[in-house]
Design a binder for this molecule. Structure first.
Ligand SMILES: C[S@@+](CC[C@H](N)C(=O)[O-])C[C@H]1O[C@@H](n2cnc3c(N)ncnc32)[C@H](O)[C@@H]1O
Length: 275
C-alpha cells in the first residue's frame, strides 16, 4: 500500500517508504498547526498529543535536556519550528533542520514574529551537514524518528551522535508502545475543523516490521486527497540497544510528565548521553 518515490524534497535519491512531502505539507499545518485548529477535537484512540501547549513541551525538554541559556541545540526534524522558536526565546542558540520547505517557511515567519534568531536549514536527517561535534544538545520531537527501513533508522541515530559534542545529550519524543497498541483502532477521524473539513485515517500495524502504516484521506475545501505514511514503533529496550550501538552510553526513558516511563504514559521520551 505504501509507495516509494525516488527523490525527496531536498533532492537526495533515496528508497523512501512514503512521500514525506505529501504528508508534511500545507494540509498538515491547516489541521495541526493553525490558530483555528488549536481547539479542534481529535477523535478516538491511537494516542494524540500529550502536551497541552508548546510551553509545557518546552518546560519538559528544558528539564530533561538540562538546558542552559547559550547552549547550542539542534532541533532535528523541527517541523514548523514551534519548539525551536520557544527554545530560542529562552536563550538557546537553536538550529532547526527539516526536509519540508513549507514547514521551514512557517518556522522562519514565526521566528521573525517572535523576534528570535533561529538558523533554519533544509536537509535530510539521514545525511546531516558537516556538523561533527557542533551541538551541546539535540531534540527530535513528536515521533520524528522511524520513517525508514531499520538500517537507515539506525544511521539517523549515528548521525545524531556525530553532530553532538562529547558529553552531549539528546531527547526523542515517541509513542509509548504499550499504550499505543492498547489504543489501536482500525480507523479514526484524526482531526476536524468547524467547517466540516477532516482527516480520516485507516491503520495497519505490521508486527513483523514494527511499522504502523496509515492511509490518510484529507477532506478540505471540497477536495479529497489520499496519502500514506508510516512510522516504526519501538519498545524501550530495542531503542536503548540501538542508541548504545550508535555510541550513546546512558539511555533512559520518561513519560510526558517527566517521570520514569510506565505503561500508562502516552509518550516515551528517550534521553541519551554521549560519553
Ligand atoms: C511529526 S513531524 C514533527 C515535527 C516537529 N518535530 C514537531 O514536534 O512538530 C515530523 C517532521 O519530520 C520531517 N521529516 C520527514 N522526513 C524527514 C527527513 N528525511 N529529514 C528531515 N526531516 C524530515 C517532516 O517534514 C516533519 O516536519
Amino acid at each position: 500500500m505504501l509507495r516509494a518515490p525516488p527523490v525527496n524534497t531536498v533532492g537526495i535519491v533515496t528508497a523512501d517508504l512514503f512521500d514525506a512531502a505529501a504528508m508534511y505539507d500545507d494540509d498538515y499545518l491547516y489541521f495541526f498547526a493553525s490558530p483555528e485548529s488549536a481547539g479542534a477535537p481529535t477523535h478516538g484512540p491511537v494516542v494524540g498529543t500529550a502536551y497541552a501547549t508548546t510551553s509545557v513541551t518546552t518546560d519538559i525538554v528544558w528539564r530533561l535536556l538540562d538546558l542552559q541559556p547559550g547552549m547550542s541545540v539542534l532541533d532535528l526534524a523541527c517541523g514548523h519550528g514551534a519548539l525551536a522558536n520557544a527554545l530560542a526565546v529562552r536563550g538557546c542558540e537553536v538550529t532547526g533542520l527539516d526536509s519540508s520547505a513549507v514547514f521551514l517557511d512557517r518556522a522562519r515567519a514565526d521566528a521573525a514574529a517572535m523576534d528570535v534568531a533561529v538558523e533554519y536549514v533544509p536537509g535530510d536527517m539521514r545525511r546531516l551537514p558537516a556538523w561533527t561535534g557542533r551541538f551541546d544538545r539535540l531534540v527530535n520531537w513528536t515521533t520524528a524518528f522511524g520513517y525508514f527501513d531499520d538500517p537507515t533508522n539506525r544511521r539517523v541515530l549515528a548521525e545524531m551522535a556525530r553532530v553532538l559534542r562529547p558529553g552531549g545529550r539528546m531527547a526523542m519524543d515517541l509513542d509509548n508502545l504499550p499504550r499505543f497498541l492498547a489504543s489501536y483502532t482500525p480507523s479514526r477521524i484524526t482531526a476536524t475543523r468547524d467547517d466540516g473539513d477532516m482527516l480520516v485515517d485507516r491503520h495497519h500495524f505490521d508486527p513483523l516490521t514494527g511499522r504502523f502504516e496509515v492511509e490518510r484521506t484529507v477532506f478540505r475545501d471540497g477536495r479529497t486527497r489520499r496519502l500514506t505514511f508510516l512510522k516504526r514503533l519501538f519498545g524501550f529496550p530495542e531503542l536503548r540497544d540501538w542508541c548504545t550501538a550508535a555510541g550513546f552510553t546512558t539511555v533512559a526513558a520518561y513519560g510526558e510528565d517527566g517521570e520514569p516511563l510506565n505503561i500508562h504514559h502516552d509518550r516515551m521520551i528517550v534521553i541519551a548521553d554521549l560519553p
